[in-house]
Design a protein around this ligand. Structure first.
Ligand code: 13P
Length: 256
C-alpha cells in the first residue's frame, strides 16, 4: 500500500511575507487530514523560515533542485547537505523547466539524484514528453529513455519518487486524462520492475504533475498507479492545495 504524496512546487513564487501567510493557511487546512504525505518545495531562500513555519505540523519541506557536488567553487549553487541543513527531506530533480531553461541533461541528472539519495534524502525525479513527442508516437521511447538515463539498480529504491509531468500539461490548464496518465504510470512501473524487481517497484511512488487542480485531483488519484501529485499553480493558493490534499486523503481511505 503506497501512501499518497502531494508535493507543492512553488517554482519562483512568494516573498517571505506571502510564504508565511500561505503556510499558516495550509497548516490550518491540513490539521484534520491524515493518510497523506504533504510536501512543500519553496524557493531556496525561504527554506530556513519555512522550516520554522512548518515545525510541529505534518508538512515536510523540499527543494526544487540541488548541485551535484557536495561543496566547492560553484557560484550561485546550493548543495544537498546545505538543503538538508535547512530542513529538507526531499529534493525535486530533473523538472522539465530545469532541463529546458538550464540545459540539465540525463548525465547531469544521474549525478544529482545520487547526490540527493547519498545524503539520505528522498529524490523526486521528474520526466515527461513534449506534445510533439506524444503526437509523433515517441512518448514511450522518451519517457523510458529519461528513466533509464538516471535510474539504475545502484540508486536506492526506498529513496526514489518518480514524477510524470507531460510538458504539454504544465501550466497550460490542459491535464492528461486519468487514462493517459495511468497508461504512462503503468509503463514507468513496469520499467522500474525490470530495474528493481516487481516487489520493490510496487513500493515506489509515481506522482502525476501538470495542471492538477481540485476539480481533477480525485479522478487522477483514483487510478491504480497514480500515487500522488506534483502540483504547480494550485499549490500557491492554500484552499486549492488543501482541497487536493483532501481528495488524496479520501482516495487513500477508499483504497486502504
Ligand atoms: P502546474 O500544476 O502549474 O501545471 O505545474 C506543474 C508542475 O510543473 C509541477 O512541478
Amino acid at each position: 500500500m503506497r501512501t499518497p504524496l502531494i508535493a507543492g512546487n512553488w517554482k519562483m513564487h512568494k516573498t517571505l511575507a506571502e510564504a508565511r501567510e500561505l503556510v499558516a493557511e495550509i497548516r490550518e487546512g491540513v490539521a484534520a487530514i491524515s493518510g497523506v504525505e504533504i510536501l512543500i518545495c519553496p524557493p531556496v531562500q525561504l527554506l530556513f523560515p519555512m522550516a520554522k513555519a512548518v515545525a510541529g505540523s505534518a508538512i515536510m519541506l523540499g527543494a526544487q533542485t540541488a548541485h551535484e557536488e557536495p561543496h566547492g567553487a560553484f557560484t550561485g549553487e546550493v548543495s544537498v547537505s546545505m538543503l538538508k541543513d535547512a530542513g529538507c527531506s526531499h529534493v525535486i530533480i530533473g523538472h522539465s523547466e530545469r532541463r529546458v531553461h538550464f540545459g540539465e541533461t540525463g548525465a547531469l541528472l544521474a549525478k544529482k539524484v545520487r547526490a540527493v539519495t547519498g545524503a539520505g534524502l528522498q529524490v523526486i525525479y521528474c520526466l515527461g514528453e513534449t506534445l510533439e513527442e506524444r503526437e509523433g508516437g515517441r512518448m514511450d521511447e522518451v519517457v523510458l529513455r529519461q528513466l533509464e538515463e538516471v535510474v539504475g539498480p545502484d540508486l536506492p529504491a526506498g529513496r526514489l519518487v518518480i514524477a510524470y509531468e507531460p510538458i504539454w500539461a504544465i501550466g497550460t490548464g490542459r491535464t492528461a486524462t486519468p487514462e493517459q496518465a495511468q497508461e504512462v504510470h503503468a509503463l514507468i512501473r513496469s520499467k522500474l520492475g525490470s530495474i528493481y524487481g516487481p516487489a520493490l517497484a510496487e513500493e515506489i511512488r509515481i506522482l502525476y504533475g501538470g495542471s492538477v487542480k481540485p476539480a481533477n485531483a480525485s479522478e487522477l488519484l483514483a487510478r491504480q498507479d497514480i500515487d500522488g501529485a506534483l502540483v504547480g499553480g494550485a499549490c500557491l493558493v492554500a484552499g486549492d492545495f488543501v482541497a487536493i490534499l483532501s481528495a488524496a486523503a479520501e482516495t487513500s481511505s477508499v483504497v486502504g
